[in-house]
Design a protein around this ligand. Structure first.
Ligand SMILES: CC(C)(COP(=O)(O)OP(=O)(O)OC[C@H]1O[C@@H](n2cnc3c(N)ncnc32)[C@H](O)[C@@H]1OP(=O)(O)O)[C@@H](O)C(=O)NCCC(=O)NCCS
Length: 211
């Protein structure tokens, strides 16, 4: 099967722009920090993603410096093709190449962009990239238990629930479970044959015979 011995590409942190039908994902830049501040200062959004505190300008700068230093994270701005409007952030984090696994996140910060299929498009772009281009085997997400929309969203992308972390979160005087979900490469490939093709191309390019 493709990918069994596929090394995670060394230059996985060298970022590309991923282009879909209605959105594209471009490397997150310093100029996007005001969006982060806006979204993290939205208490309802923080509740949905399990963040605890708003971010000041200095804290977003610090967050960005850490992002640049972090070799185990790839971060994108989600941009609508129409009007080049930034609507969210997404990426891979805690990438662990020896085990070929990574965490993933998608946050559409602009509320008027919810429920229009953009999240699904972003999810597919990232999954194609992580499985097909970078050669990961397992991708996981952690979801706040009461975020039913997000649970349905990840399930619609093919993620499966694999466990519950009891009372993991505490927000507004209330505990809530954390739900761990994941998807494996063969599960994704069953429904996305083009990923298999991309992996074959990458594997061919990096095999000694083709060098
Ligand atoms: C969760 C999120 C990424 C989904 O993206 P989206 O663009 O709004 O969702 P889509 O339009 O692509 O919908 C995809 C699926 O998500 C689920 N979904 C979307 N909106 C929903 C709603 N209001 N209620 C229940 N399920 C919903 C459905 O399963 C939907 O599939 P369907 O349309 O076939 O029923 C986005 O709404 C978001 O970022 N929300 C705020 C932050 C957040 O919760 N992030 C996730 C952190 S784990």
């Amino acid at each position: 099967m493709f990918g069994d011995n596929m090394p995670i590409r060394e230059n996985a942190s060298k970022q590309e722009t991923l282009t879909g039908k209605g959105v594209y994902l471009r490397p997150f830049g310093r100029g996007d920090l005001p969006y982060i501040r806006k979204w993290w200062n939205d208490a309802e959004l923080r509740r949905l993603i399990g963040e605890v505190a708003p971010m000041s300008r200095a804290e977003t700068e610090k967050w960005y410096k850490e992002l640049l230093r972090d070799k185990d994270r790839i971060w994108f701005a989600i941009v609508l093709k129409k009007g080049d409007r930034v609507i969210g952030e997404a990426g891979l984090l805690r990438m662990f190449r020896p085990w070929r696994n990574t965490d993933m996140t998608i946050i559409i910060g602009e509320r008027d962009a919810w429920g229009k299929g953009y999240g699904t498009e972003v999810g597919r772009l990232l999954l194609d990239y992580a499985f097909g281009r970078l050669g990961f085997h397992r991708i996981s997400v952690g979801v706040v238990g009461f975020n039913k929309k997000a649970l349905r969203f990840w399930e619609s992308l093919g993620f499966k629930k694999e466990g519950v972390e009891r009372d993991e979160y505490y927000y507004d005087n209330e505990y809530s479970d954390g739900v761990m979900m994941s998807i494996l490469e063969d599960e994704y490939e069953k429904t996305h044959k083009d990923v298999v093709r991309k992996k074959a191309e990458v594997s061919k390019r990096s095999s000694p015979q083709s060098a």
